[in-house]
Design a protein around this ligand. Sequence first.
Ligand code: NAP
Length: 324
Amino acid sequence: MVTGASGALGRLVVAALLDRVAAAELILVTRSPDSLADAARRGATVRYGDFEKAASLPAALAGGQRMLAISTIGATDTAAAHRAAFDAAAEARVEHIVWTSVSNPVDANPFPAAKIHARSERDLRASGIACTILRNALYAELRVRITAKYIHDGRWTTNMGDGSHAFVARTDCAAAAAAALTETAPAGRVYDITGPELVDAQQYVALLEEFGGRQVVRDDVEDADYGRYRGAFAANPDYAAYFELFTGTGQAIRTGYLRQLGDGVQQLTGRSPLSLRQVFEQQRTLNRSSRRGQRTPDPTKPDPRTRRLTGLARRQFATDTPCR
Ligand SMILES: NC(=O)c1ccc[n+]([C@@H]2O[C@H](COP(=O)([O-])OP(=O)(O)OC[C@H]3O[C@@H](n4cnc5c(N)ncnc54)[C@H](OP(=O)(O)O)[C@@H]3O)[C@@H](O)[C@H]2O)c1
């Protein structure tokens, strides 16, 4: 079972799962079932479920054994929405939850989602359900996509200072999640799902200049100035397609709270995660093919390397223990 199945990560996970298990084995839960009509045609069960509408959850989760719960975004009270999902899973006697968390979810971490996830991990453990926690680093794809703006401006405004972060490809997060859902990873494990290396501002600018073909000035600013820049960015409809880091995210990178480097992708999938450079290269290939009017690769399809997981058998999870 996958909740949040129609989001960017959810779709990648579903595609990866459809490569390795029969569609009829999948229950896909989403707030927009119509958008998963393709998966339904292939035989997956698609159900409506919204963590903010607790009444929708018993029917949505009924019969699910192993559940990938994708954390939400934009809920009125995100931690409460997550809690509702764990409670409903316990009621539905779900045996194991694979949960997407964030890097270093501690209350002191200024990364905006950290406090929420600190609470959600506590709530998940308190539910008594066996679980696997995937602490996903920041998505590399979002950092690569926004480079079009920085390259156009010839300027990158940042408050991350000299900190560094191991940006991870969303495709690797999806591959790791699909593996955790279908393999016999022991319950109670916490994986840091990160890219293969820490990348600092200097290295990021070097990539911007290499792939942009022009000089890009790095504008290091204080948090308050970054907050003003971020506010203007968010208010500008021209930038609607991009996601800019929150002030607290840059602060967390600068202060070392997001300096995690883990081997979760390797452990779960048996292969190395993509580097930020490789995600840049993928984006360049996409841009070139769309400029030439070629049929562009579907970015919602999983990395072909994830097919390596196909041979890994699904087994029973008799050894699962509660995630404490
Ligand atoms: N690592 C990062 O850099 C990063 C960045 C942004 C977000 N995230 C987190 O990772 C998650 C997946 O990322 P993404 O790129 O797939 O985000 P996305 O494309 O924006 O998708 C949002 C996800 O949240 C789910 N959702 C939202 N409200 C919900 C609700 N009330 N009940 C149940 N599900 C709800 C959506 O499910 P349906 O629409 O199918 O119902 C969907 O799976 C996000 O939701 C967020 O928690 C991580």
